[in-house]
Design a protein around this ligand. Sequence first.
Ligand code: TXA
Ligand code: MG
Length: 317
Amino acid sequence: MIGTCVDTAALHLQADKVVAIPTETVYGLAGNALSEKALATIFQVKNRPQFDPLIVHIADTAQVSRYATDFPEKAQQLAAEFWPGPLTLLLPKNNIIPDLCTSGLSRVALRIPNHPLALKLLKKLSFPLAAPSANPFGYISPTTAQHVADQLGDKISYILDGGACQVGLESTIVGFEADEAVVYRKGGLSIEAIEAVIGKVRVMQHSTSQPAAPGMLKSHYAPRIPLMLGNLDELLKQAHPQQIGILSFRKKYIQLPDSQQIVLSETGNYAEAAQRLFAALRYLDSLPIRIIFAELLPEEDLGRAINDRLRRAAAVR
Ligand code: TXA
Ligand code: MG
């Protein structure tokens, strides 16, 4: 069921059930992060391997000390600047967090989401919420309640509808090694914004925080229809117009009808492009076409995270 009642969502969660919740990045599949039962249900509903750990959502920065044993200076600076927001911090985990939540890793991923309903819900609960994106493992992340209902509707009892996600990309994940900040996943907070606060950071090449599973998560965010990246004018020559869908950054292609293409942002606005990306992929994936052609954005600002998602969507399965 889809609804807007925070109290109903809270009741389900208190009964150890999982509920889809809105955040500013993407919808999450939430459960009590301190309950093994709720955690197991999350993995099961998502069909997610247990080696892929879950992000823990908290209500305010004061709660960090309950779930993490250390809160380094740079992490505190980032939290002060960007929480609530699309930033996840990897911090040494306190024992109160079950190993199932972190897949046995020594750090816990913490974040305060910037969405009024999610914050209201978190403040009502006496426990934090573990929440991966509310999509079947490997598919495109949901940015509306309807996206969640389409794919997981029969498996969960409640979807809290908070409208379309404003950021549209998952959070940026940052950890700390010695005194160095490391970005493990590019996301809805740009590297430039982070570096403006704490200086130069190291960015992991493959944007994964799970070195124990190298390459395994490379094909991710994948539509059913194959997606190919390149120069759109060139790619367009390769197939019959009827069989093609196009995802472009700024420009429309007159070779194709409007219904077969999505322009992410005519003005070249990265935030707008990010906000529309996943819904655009879903739309193109629903068309009776054979292939989706897409172009990469400039490697700056949120263009970097968008390109990361596009490359994964294009990775051979
Ligand atoms: O914006 C977001 O982060 C969304 C919303 C719902 O908050 N959540 C999200 O979760 O994207 P998910 O499960 O799709 O991605 C979580 C990723 C994992 O795949 C892993 O790479 C990293 O976060 N992660 C989580 N816990 C970790 C840990 N303890 N150590 C290392 N990496 C971790
Ligand atoms: Mg995900």
